[in-house]
Design a protein around this ligand. Structure first.
Ligand code: S3P
Length: 445
């Protein structure tokens, strides 16, 4: 696996995106469908599953833990649940690949097992903070070892009895919230988590779908230990985070009208729509419906002039994965865009503030990184906003795709290096982008 891939993204005369497309399944919901399906009694049928490397890592971890899983075949996955106490010990290291969600949620889910586990990840994941999860789990009675710096590998010592806690999250993190709630299934008494700002609530919703009672009281979610999960069907909507690349692409490419089908519009995920609308984008939600407890709609986006804004901090956790492409939108707006309160971006698959600021500057944009955000001087009055050039994605899938979108308003081609990880969240991105009207080539180097 020493393969390297670059994207070569060419500006297109006409710059127009049109048609209707469905992006792959939601990554957060795909991870959770396998996790909860594995812990349930009965067979869970998943459709719309993300066939990307991250979700596959989660499937393989549960296979190593003795769970029979069929698929994915065209988005269909069948999980033969083993019940809350049916996972089997393994000597194998459990490889989470690039997936922070897999590792952090697994820490919670595995903290109360009778056996030891070792969680490992790739180069990027191995640099990411895990103390934010091991600390509250330790308060519950878990025994967890990380490196001295709090990074993976993570060793969980089995056979601990967990007790419920009442925990206030120091940062807005759905991953930490979910890890504590999942550990709470194995704890005696009640486990409560209070969040400083709303974060994605897929764990709470899906636990409900599997017959587990999760109480919500303002900013606090609580779960009683020992509740059993019953298998159910999970219909995974298209990922709004993957849709975001096309929302911005169509918004900045003059004359475009694009429809994105069956997109998950859970209100804890729609910050990208709110921010783009504040910038003046035209996005319409049509045909709203429910998909196994998650709201879904088709999104229609039309190109238009964008203006720079001060991004409301309350929207930051609700758009946390979309900032790479939102920075591209900001560069294509008239006036200045200011992001604050987003220090979490520094501990994603890459330091997304530093890496995006570097790339934008290379493409001729005045982008000033700050400790918790960025200030971008938009060049929306120009048809060609970006110069061409070479930018490094640092192996971060969302940065690679964001710079591919920038090519729609570039004066010359943009080469984006180290793009193989696009497959972690968005297999088929290049094909879909080209079908919509972009001109991106993946080159093995
Ligand atoms: C996720 C939560 C977010 C997000 C990540 C997926 C999840 O992370 O960035 O891509 O599935 O719970 P944090 O909760 O750490 O912000």
């Amino acid at each position: 696996m020493n393969q390297v891939q670059n994207f070569y993204a060419q500006p297109r005369a006409g710059h127009l995106l049109a048609g209707s497309l469905r992006v792959p399944g939601d990554k957060s919901i795909s991870h959770r469908s396998v996790m909860l399906g594995a812990l349930a009694t009965g067979v869970t049928e998943v459709s719309g599953f993300l066939e990307g490397a991250d979700a596959i890592s989660t499937m393989n971890v549960f296979r190593a833990l003795g769970v029979r899983i069929e698929g994915p075949h065209a988005g269909r996955v069948t999980v033969e649940g083993v019940g809350l106490h049916g996972l089997k010990a393994t000597n194998q290291a459990l490889d989470c690949g690039n997936a922070g969600t897999a590792m952090r949620l697994l820490m919670g889910l595995l903290a109360g097992q009778a056996f030891d586990c070792l969680l490992v990840g790739d180069e990027s994941l191995t640099k990411r903070p895990m103390k934010r999860v091991s600390m509250p789990l330790a308060l519950m009675g878990a025994k967890i070892e990380t490196t001295a710096g709090g990074t993976p590998p993570v060793r969980l010592i089995g056979g601990q009895s967990l007790n419920g806690i009442d925990y206030t999250l120091p940062m807005a993190s759905a991953q930490v919230k979910s890890a504590v709630l999942l550990a709470g299934l194995y704890a005696s008494g009640k486990t409560s988590v209070t969040e400083p700002a709303p974060t994605r609530d897929h764990t709470e919703r899906m636990l409900g779908g599997f017959g587990v009672k999760v109480q919500r009281d303002g900013a606090t979610a609580s779960i009683e230990g020992g509740q059993h999960l019953r298998a159910t069907a999970v219909d995974v909507p298209a990922d709004i985070s993957s849709s975001a690349f096309f929302l911005v692409a169509a918004a900045i490419a003059s004359g475009s009208t694009l429809t994105l089908e069956h997109v998950g519009i859970n209100p804890t995920r729609t910050g990208v729509i709110d921010i783009l609308r504040l910038m003046g984008a035209s996005i319409t939600l049509t045909n709203p419906r429910d998909a196994a407890g998650e709201p879904v709609a088709d999104l229609v986006v039309n190109a238009g002039e964008l203006r720079g804004i001060e991004i409301p901090e309350a929207l930051v956790p609700l758009a946390i994965d979309e900032f790479p492409v939102l920075f591209v939108a900001a560069a294509c707006a008239r006036g200045k865009t200011v992001l604050t309160g987003a220090e979490e971006l520094r501990v994603k698959e890459s330091d997304r503030i530093a890496v995006m600021a570097d790339g934008l500057r290379k493409l001729g944009i005045d982008a000033e990184p700050t400790p918790d955000g960025m200030v971008i001087q938009g060049r929306g009055e120009h048809r060609e906003v970006f110069s061409g050039g070479v930018v490094d994605s640092h192996g971060d899938h969302r940065i690679a795709m964001a710079f591919a979108v920038a090519s729609l308003r570039a004066a010359a081609p943009i080469t984006i290096t180290d793009t193989l990880n696009v497959g972690t969240s968005f297999p088929g991105f290049v094909e879909l982008a080209n079908r919509a009207g972009m001109q991106v080539t993946a080159l093995a180097v």
